[in-house]
Structures are given as structure tokens and as C-alpha cells.
Design a protein around this ligand. Sequence first.
Ligand SMILES: [Zn+2]
Length: 291
Amino acid sequence: MHLFRNILFYTLLFFISFSGLHAQHINSSFLPKKDTANIYKQMFNDRTDDLMENHPADDIYNHIWTSERLNPYKIPIDSLPDTVKIDCRHFTIPVHGIVTSDFGPRRYRYHYGTDLRLNVGDTVVAAFSGRIRIVDYEARGYGHYVVIRHENGLETVYAHLSKVLVQLDQNVKSGELIALGGNTGHSTGPHLHLEVRYLGNAFNSASLINYHTGKVHNDTYLITKSKSFYYQQAVAQAKKAQTRVKYYTVRRGDNLGEIAARNGTSVKNLCRLNGIKEKKLLQLGQKLRVM
Ligand SMILES: [Zn+2]
């Protein structure tokens, strides 16, 4: 009985220490060790609770391993290191398809990925080695999708899949089958929506991947804060413009047609914005929303 208990104890001890070592090994490989000083400094100076809560200073990615959100990091671009070197030696193109839509602005929202044409059921493989962080379904967005945290510090998103073949927390190698392509979610035809992100921030994958050859441009990729995330300023401005509201105070002799013309809008739009009819009589001093 004694012997049995001892064996049990040491077996347990072995597993605990082994899993500890294992975890440490995985964690350290995700750390972009050299370029983190800048981030730490910024994070210590930052007063927002959210940042400090989500980013223990001894670690950037590691302590945040959640399948809840695509970007749980919420690190402002300004606090990213100026440049980060990414090891891209072991890359596999996830799908051999022509690009049908590039990274960039779209009419209503920014397109954070690159779309690659495929047929439903085509195989989709992991771009780099790493670990499956998210397996989820979004009816109005990504459809069935997978997010992988890679050992080189990048994260990739694979969306509109017809079938996911991996599980949460599973380790995958570059080129390993992870899913079948499809047309799920907000998608108008079978394609793979592929995103590449660093610390939650998407950048144009075409600067890393040559989609004609299916290879990376270089073995090392330099993420440069000013170049890689330049678009975020444009996105912020577009959002601001969208939510900008302008009012006009009605003066003597004004009518809807004049007010609309002067403010670069239409009578129809004025009526919609203010919930009024075209024949509505205007009151002096009345405030009308014109934007
Ligand atoms: Zn897309």
C-alpha cells in the first residue's frame, strides 16, 4: 500500500514538473525577446487600466491566451516597437489560389485580409508552425474560422471555412492541414480570407507573401511600425468622419432646399436625419441636423 502511494506520488510529481517545463518551453518560443523594451516602457507609463490588466509587464503574448477575442491585446500602435524581425523561413502558402481581393479600404469597412479563390472543400494549411488559439463561428462575419498563434510572433486568421479540422490549443506544423475552404459567414463566393496580425494588429500580408509564387519575399520580415500599420490612421479618420454630426440653426427666410444645398446634402437626407416631412414648416432658431 505504501509503495503504491509512493509510486503514485512520484508519477504525479513527474507529470506536474514535466507539464511545467513544457509550458515554459512553448512560452519562451513565442517571445520576441529583443524588441520588447520599448513596449514595456510604454506600458508602464500607460494609465489605462485595461492595458495594465491585459499586459503583465514580463510578457506580451504569453499570459494572454484566450479564444474569446481576435484582438484581446489592445496595444496602441504607438507602443509597439519601431521594428520587429520575424523569422519567416518555414512558410507554407495556405491555399494556392489567385487573389480576388486585396488588403485595403472597402466601401463600408476596412478589409483586413487578403482573399484567395478556392473551391469548397479545398484543403487549407497552416502558414507557419504554432498553436490553435481560436476555433469559432461568426454567422455575419468570418463564418467558420481559425486563428493560429505562431512561434515567430505572428498570428494568422483563416475565414469562411466549410470545415475545421483542428482543435483549440492544438499544436500544428507549417503546412499541416487545418481546415477545408468554403463560403460560410459574410461571403459572396468560395474563398479563403487570410489575415496576418502582429500583437492583434493586421497588416498587409502581400508585403510578406508573394501570392504569385506562393513563397515569402524574404526569410526575415521586418515589421516597421510606421509602414506596416500606416493604414490605421486612415481607418480612424474614416470612422471619425462617419460619426461626425453637424447641426444648422434655422434663420429667417430659410427653406429645406436652401439649407440642403448650402450644406452639401439633399432635402430627402435632411428629412431622414431629422425625422420630418418635406413640407414641414421650419421654425426660427430650430436646430436641424445636416450631417
Ligand atoms: Zn476577405
